[in-house]
Design a protein around this ligand. Sequence first.
Ligand SMILES: [Zn+2]
Length: 387
Amino acid sequence: MFEEHPKYEYLDIQQTFFVWYRSDKGYYWDEEAKPGGQFDITLDGTKLMLTDERERQIRLEKKHVYGPFSPFLLEVPETTGYYPLNVLEEEPTLFLKFAEVTPTRKGILEFANNYGMLTYGETQVLTPKYRIESGQKGSLRTRGAFGITKVIEEGLTADNYAIVFGESLRFWQNEIRDMAWAVLVWEALKDKNTDILKRIIYWKGEEAVGYVLVNINKEALLQFYNAEEVLRATRPDNWNNFKAYLPEEVTLSTSSGWLATKWTSRRELFSRFKPGDLLLPAQYLLQSSINKKLKKYITKPRLLLDDKNNLQPYLMPENLLSAMWYQFYLTVIGEKKYKRCSICGLWADVTDKRSNWSKHPECANRARVKKCRERQKSEVLTNGWLG
Ligand SMILES: [Zn+2]
């Protein structure tokens, strides 16, 4: 067994901003695809090339239990090219959009058709859609979005498959859930919204502080009295409490545990918390969730040449997930600022806007026009001009 080579071993010597690509013909859910091939995934998420048949067998057995499972999101075979997107410059609120994706096949497909996959592929998959019929003529090598040459793989079965990478539904659902959880905590902290925080953070006397997160939306969460009640509902016997709040394709997912206690190695941290306080424990929860993702989805420093030929720092995300967690990082450290528009409710980048920004100018305009029309209409009615 030896490690797969990183896909960008030699970085472009020109200055390069982070660009992510999506298929020009879009994506689809492949219900038949199975993980396999040379670039198979291991359980810890690293990709390895298998040379040992016994190793392959053991891994296949484990995968049967742990996944990844079909369906897999793949780019359609009809793909002829890729659209680039400068994510950091053109879509600064993408992590907030991602957090709001409905985690169903339909919701995810819509996001992928706009922004592409999340990574270079969770795993290589084998699927009849990418099978090369024996005796088939023509070019068998095509270059994918990331310069990965798709070639024919032989020897696995009697059939020949092209090398194609996919991301499972479960992978997408887990990533959306994690982002939604972090955004929920961040937004509640930003607004000092204790109505939300008291349903996430709970204290055990003055001895310990814990958290609980469930993959239901904010409105559903508010149906519970407090975090202890949410925690009780996460016990397997009580799962029915959540069923009504989840789309059919989505399984219940919960995360809970102590953030810090009087007795553990996080005593130092615990001593900074004031019993009953929700804000600092929530901030710690946010900090550790973001750090976990930044460790997994990496952003690396680069040097770029500016117009005056000086070297400037640039942080280069590895993939779309890295870019979105990096956006989140920039927000939390205060380099980027976001607000929800008070009219349309969508997020806006207000980093360079005045501090009292509250709505999109377009939204304000539309609202003014509407108000004006309504006034005219009511004048028409009261004056009886049309009567
Ligand atoms: Zn708006």
